[in-house]
Design a binder for this molecule. Structure first.
Ligand SMILES: C[S@@+](CC[C@H](N)C(=O)[O-])C[C@H]1O[C@@H](n2cnc3c(N)ncnc32)[C@H](O)[C@@H]1O
Length: 191
């Protein structure tokens, strides 16, 4: 059966979080841009009681995918072209991992340290504190790792920069945080 584009576009999707992600990062600026740049950044995930049975057997995996909602990202259509953290040229948002996108969904392959009841302890976190968690999947090298011949504009990029700046923050909150930083007060990491 062929479903038309117009019909597919009519879908309004309702997502409900299965839990919340905790991390030391309170604002985007200064937060690692990917798990690979987040060595040692520890965090946790609290799962809502209704979903805890689904955690069975997860502790056998070293790494898990967290799929989540960038709850501090604000998308508007002008953001279909963005300047990614690792470049200074404008790129189509779907060719980037920018948080401001039509559906503000993030995915991170984090290290799973332990599972205790409804709490997961994780490392290599590039996610803000309080982020709503949509799903968890095991990271499986046989499924998720491919040798590729091409990697677009990222082809020859090294992970030269490790943390985000203000680029994807709302102007007013960026201004507020910038002022805090310039005044010498802690603006990101929880103490
Ligand atoms: C470049 S994105 C990559 C996230 C994920 N690994 C991905 O590829 O989808 C990581 C940046 O998103 C921002 N970020 C993380 N959690 C966020 C949230 N809940 N709302 C808005 N921005 C967030 C932070 O600035 C962080 O440095």
């Amino acid at each position: 059966m062929i479903v038309s584009l117009a019909k597919a576009a009519e879908h309004v999707l309702r997502l409900k979080p299965i839990g919340v992600i905790h991390s030391p990062f309170l604002v985007a600026s200064g937060t690692p841009i990917q798990p690979r740049a987040a060595r040692g950044a520890a965090g946790a995930v609290t799962i809502l009681p209704a979903f805890v049975p689904g955690l069975k057997d997860l502790d056998g995996f070293d790494r898990i995918w967290l799929i989540y909602w960038f709850h501090h990202a604000h998308y508007d259509p002008s953001r279909l072209i963005v300047i990614p953290f690792l470049d200074d040229l404008p790129r189509g948002v779907f060719a980037t991992r920018a948080p401001t996108r039509p559906n503000v969904i993030g995915l991170s392959a984090v290290r799973l340290v332990s599972v205790r009841g409804n709490e997961l302890h994780i490392r290599n976190v590039d996610i803000l504190d309080g982020t709503p968690l949509l799903d968890i999947k095991p990271y499986v090298p046989q499924f998720d790792s491919f040798a590729v011949a091409r990697c677009g504009w990222l082809q020859r990029r090294k992970l030269g920069r490790k943390t985000a700046d203000w680029s994807f923050e709302l102007h007013e909150s960026a201004g507020r945080h910038k002022a805090r930083r310039e005044s010498g007060r802690s603006f990101n990491r929880r103490r």
